[in-house]
Structure formats: C-alpha cells, structure tokens
Design a protein around this ligand. Structure first.
Ligand code: SF4
Length: 291
C-alpha cells in the first residue's frame, strides 16, 4: 500500500478542521494574453483564464470572498484560504499586489492565501511580499509548471522555459514558510507516459510541497480545440486510462508531496472533450481506489 496525502487531510491536521479555498479573480491578465509574450493565451487555456465558474470578476475582492465564504459556510466549512485563481496572480507591480493580497486576508475566517501564477512571473519583489505575508498567514504559491519537458511547454504555447520553472521553485523554496504547489497537465501533446513520470521525479527533486494534477481537456475557442477537431491531439477518452497514468505519476512523487487536485474539471457548454471532465470526482475516486 502506497502513501498518499490529500490536501483535505493535510489541512484538517494543520488547522484542526476542514479548510477550503475561496477562488478570487484579482483582475490580473497574463503575458501570453496582453501581448508581452502572446495574445491568445496558452494553447489549452480557456479565455476565462481558468476562473472558477462561481467567480464574478466584476465584484471587488472583498465581495467575492464574502460571497464564496457565505456559500461554503452552508456546507459547514468555517476556515478559508483566499485563492487568487484566475490568470497570473503575481503579474502586477508589487504595490498593487500588496493591496490585493492584504485585502484578501481581511476576512476574520481567512487563515491564508494561495496565489496562482506562472514561473516567469515571479521576482524578488513579489517573493519579498509573499515572504512578509507568510510570517503571519499560511501562504501558498501555485506555479503553472505543467511539464518539465521544453518541447511540451513549447507545443502548449506556454512561452516560458523549464529553467524558469526550476528557478522559480528555487527562489520560493528559500522561504521556508511559503509552500510551493506545482500545476501539472497529464496528456500534453507529444508527451509519453515516461515523460510524465519524469516530471513527477524532477518535481520531487526540486522539492515542491504539493501538486495539482489536471488532465488535458479541450475547450472551444482555444488553439488546441482546432487541432483536436482536426484529429491532431488526443485526450484520455475515459477516466480509467487517465487514472492509470495519474496513479503512476503520484507513485513517482516523494511521499511528502501533498496532492491538491487529482484532475481538471469543466462543465460549461464550451467543453469539447473528454466528456468525463464534467464529473468533478470520477478520476479522484478511481485514483484513490488504487492506493
Ligand atoms: S494557462 Fe495560465 S498563464 Fe496561460 S493563458 Fe491561461 S491563465 Fe494565463
């Protein structure tokens, strides 16, 4: 029997009760969207910037948090991590970041902050600010690493390097208080199972604290959707196949790495494939059965 620690278990032990993320759109953009590195976004990315379906970007940060907490409290959750989920959560001058991050920490039931960003959008100033916050609050940086293979990053239009990822993890790890969670996509075009397992091993070597796994799914309007419809790109058509590789991936991670997510989730009209992406739990349940 292999060990696997999920974020739910980890946070329950750490905080003494269930803790949930509350997703926020902080009003950011991305260098692959604003023309700095590109305009159409990464080739797999929904133009909504991976925003949670319940997030209303037109609302201010405090209002979004209040609304998210109100919903989750009805489910019996009483502690929360403010989660800058949409687009690139460090992509602004540090004084702007400071205002947004501290606003997200104002609610008395918020115990920490999680910032989702790209490895090429981390710098000394943003890390300094996150370090300062980490002295007082639980702090996570979620890095869109996706793969440790440059060819895969290039084919996915990420427009950053594997070296950027390694350096970003290294810089963040210098702060013992910031937890680093790597986002990974399994099933990127051109990747073999060995490539994916290599990503697990390299992330373990780099010392990330957690991993968020996603399967490749195709959303209308993305560059990948055109290639998928032409038959150039394949996805895991059934959750069992995905669960098999996800299990191998997890088995090749260090035991200390916390699993924050087992698969992607999308439920809109624009989802093209695979259909099982609409079921939030199916892959997770299949993977957990294997441990
Ligand atoms: S994947 Fe991330 S960095 Fe790329 S366009 Fe989407 S939100 Fe921006």
């Amino acid at each position: 029997m292999l060990n696997i620690c999920t974020v739910g278990e980890y946070w329950k032990e750490k905080f003494g009760e269930k803790v949930y993320r509350v997703g926020i759109d902080g009003g950011f953009t991305c260098p692959t969207r604003d023309g700095t590195k590109g305009t159409g976004g990464c080739y797999f990315c929904d133009e909504k910037g991976s925003r949670g379906v319940y997030i209303m970007s037109s609302d201010g940060i405090e209002k979004q948090i209040e609304a998210g907490i109100c919903k989750l409290k009805k489910r019996g959750i009483n502690k929360f991590v403010s989660y800058f989920q949409s687009y690139t959560g460090t992509y602004a001058p540090v004084d702007v970041l400071r205002k947004k991050y501290y606003t997200a920490l104002l609610h008395p039931d918020v115990v920490g902050i999680s910032v989702s960003t790209r490895p090429d959008c981390i710098n000394k100033e943003s890390i300094g600010l996150l370090n300062e916050i980490a002295k007082e609050y639980y702090t996570i940086v979620e890095l869109g690493i996706q793969s440790v293979h440059q060819k895969s990053l290039d084919l996915a239009g990420r427009k950053h390097t594997v070296r950027d990822s390694k350096e970003a993890v290294g810089m963040l790890k210098k702060s013992r208080k910031i937890e680093v969670v790597a986002h990974v996509i399994l099933g990127l075009p051109g990747e073999t199972e060995d490539d994916m397992i290599e990503t697990a091993r390299v992330l373990s070597k780099w010392g990330v604290n957690g991993v968020k796994l996603h399967h490749l799914y195709i959303v209308e309007g993305t560059p990948f959707s055109k290639r998928f419809l032409k038959g150039d790109i394949k996805v895991y058509e059934n959750p069992e196949d995905y669960a098999g590789i996800a299990k191998e991936f997890i088995s090749n991670l260090s035991d200390s790495i916390i699993i924050h997510r087992f698969s992607g989730y999308a439920n809109g009209e624009r989802l093209i494939a695979p259909e099982w992406t609409r079921d939030r739990h199916i892959a997770r349940d299949l993977i957990l059965e294997m441990f």
